[in-house]
Design a protein around this ligand. Structure first.
Ligand code: DGL
Length: 356
C-alpha cells in the first residue's frame, strides 16, 4: 500500500491527467469505457434543450474528463469504437463491439468494461453482449436521456454509476448489466419503456439492484443463461443472418412478411398483439413461408412485458413455429440472430428461447 504522501502526490497527478481525459488511480480496478455515441455523448444549443440536441458529438476522453470523481473509484481509460446514434447501429457494428469487449475482458489489466451507448437500441446491444461474450467480469452498458449540455442532465451520474458497478467485485457473474437512473438492470430483461423521461428503462420482472453513491444493493439474480454459461461465443461468430420484425395490428396484411422473405430473411419475428396473436389474414402466409424454410417466431408488442405461450393463440406445434417466451420483438430478433448462427432446427430454436 502507498503511504499518505505518495498517495496525495499520485492523486494530484491523477487530477491533472483527468483534466486531459486520462484517469488513473493507485491500486484501483481498471475499467475501460468503450464509447459508441448516443445522447450520453450528445450536445444541445442551450441548457433548456433537454430533448432537442445532436447525439454522438462528445468524444470519450471528454466524457471521462467531465467526471474527475472517477479517479477515486477506478483507473479508467476510453476507446472511441463508434460515434453514432444507436438507431443506426448495424449487425456489423454489433460484431465489432462484441469482439472488442471479448478481447478486453481476456486482458489481466482489465477488471470491467463500460459501453456508452444511445438509448434507442441500448437494450439490443446489452442482450447481444449477454449472449456472446464469455466472461465473469462486469460489462455495463449505459446511456442517458438528456445531453450533458442540458439542465438536470442524467449522463454524468449514469456514467459514474456504470464505472462504479463495472469496478465492483460483487457485479461479477451477473451477466451484462445496464445502469440507468440509479437502477441496475439485467441486459437481457431491460427495455426502453419511455422516451422522454430519465426513468426510461425498466425490466418487466424488476431490476437486479440499485447503485447509490457508489455502492451496489442487489435484490435478485438473472435466471437465464448468459456470458460464461452461454453456448454462443462471439469468437466463433463472424456474420449474422437477416432477421426482420413485422408488426401486428388491426387490418393487418401479409405484405411485410412476404417482402422480408423475398429479401432473404432467415427468420421473421411477428410482433403480435396480446399473446403474440396473428391476424387470420396473415396466418396462411406464415404457414407458406415456414414451408419455404423461414423461421416464424411469435413475440408480443405489449409494452410492459409480453409473455407468449406456446399453442395458446396459435397451434405452434402444428405450424412448426417458435414462441419468443417473454422477449419483446427487438430482443427476440437479437436472440434469433445468435441462435441461427448455430442451428436451423425449430425445436432447437425453441429450446434456446426458453433458456436465454
Ligand atoms: N438517437 C438516439 C440514440 O442514439 C438518442 C437517444 C439516446 O441516446 O438517449 O439512441
Amino acid at each position: 500500500m502507498l503511504n499518505r504522501t505518495a498517495r496525495s502526490w499520485l492523486f494530484a497527478i491523477a487530477s491533472m491527467l483527468a483534466a486531459c481525459g486520462v484517469s488513473i488511480a493507485a491500486d484501483k480496478p481498471n475499467v475501460v469505457i468503450l464509447a459508441t455515441g448516443g445522447t450520453i455523448a450528445g450536445a444541445g444549443a442551450d441548457v433548456t434543450n433537454s430533448a432537442t440536441y445532436q447525439a454522438a458529438k462528445v468524444p470519450v476522453d471528454k466524457l471521462i474528463a467531465g467526471i474527475p470523481q472517477l479517479n477515486a473509484i477506478a483507473s479508467v481509460r476510453g476507446e472511441q469504437v463508434f460515434q453514432i446514434a444507436s438507431e443506426s447501429l448495424t449487425n456489423a457494428n454489433l460484431l465489432t463491439l462484441a469482439k472488442r469487449v471479448a478481447a478486453l475482458v481476456k486482458q489481466n489489466d482489465v477488471d470491467g468494461v463500460v459501453i456508452t451507448h444511445g438509448t434507442d437500441t441500448l437494450e439490443e446491444t446489452a442482450y447481444f453482449l449477454n449472449l456472446v461474450v464469455h466472461t465473469d467480469k462486469p460489462i455495463v452498458v449505459v446511456g442517458s436521456m438528456r445531453p450533458g449540455t442540458a439542465m438536470s442532465a442524467d449522463g454524468m451520474l449514469n456514467l459514474y454509476n456504470a464505472v462504479s458497478v463495472a469496478a465492483s467485485k460483487d457485479a461479477r457473474g451477473k451477466g451484462v448489466l445496464v445502469t440507468m437512473n440509479d437502477e441496475i438492470n439485467s441486459g437481457r430483461d431491460v427495455s426502453k419503456m419511455v422516451n422522454i423521461r430519465t426513468e426510461a428503462f425498466k425490466s418487466p420482472w424488476g431490476p437486479l439492484g440499485m447503485v447509490v453513491e457508489g455502492k451496489n444493493y442487489w435484490f435478485r439474480l438473472p435466471a437465464k443463461r448468459h456470458t460464461n454459461n452461454s453456448e454462443f461465443d462471439i469468437e466463433k461468430i463472424d456474420t449474422l443472418p437477416s432477421v426482420e420484425i413485422a408488426y401486428g395490428q388491426g387490418n393487418a396484411d401479409d405484405i411485410a412478411y412476404r417482402a422480408f422473405a423475398a429479401n432473404g430473411a432467415k427468420a421473421i419475428i411477428h410482433a403480435g398483439t396480446g399473446n403474440g396473436s396473428v391476424s387470420s389474414a396473415v396466418v396462411p402466409t406464415l404457414q407458406e413461408l415456414r414451408g419455404k424454410g423461414v423461421q416464424i417466431i411469435r413475440s408480443s408488442h405489449v409494452n410492459a412485458g409480453g409473455f407468449v405461450l406456446r399453442n395458446a393463440e396459435q397451434p405452434d406445434d402444428k405450424y412448426d413455429w417458435v414462441v419468443a417466451h417473454d422477449l419483446n420483438p427487438q430482443k427476440a430478433r437479437i436472440l434469433a440472430l445468435v441462435a441461427l448462427s448455430k442451428t436451423q432446427d425449430s425445436k432447437e430454436l425453441q429450446r434456446i428461447f426458453w433458456e436465454y
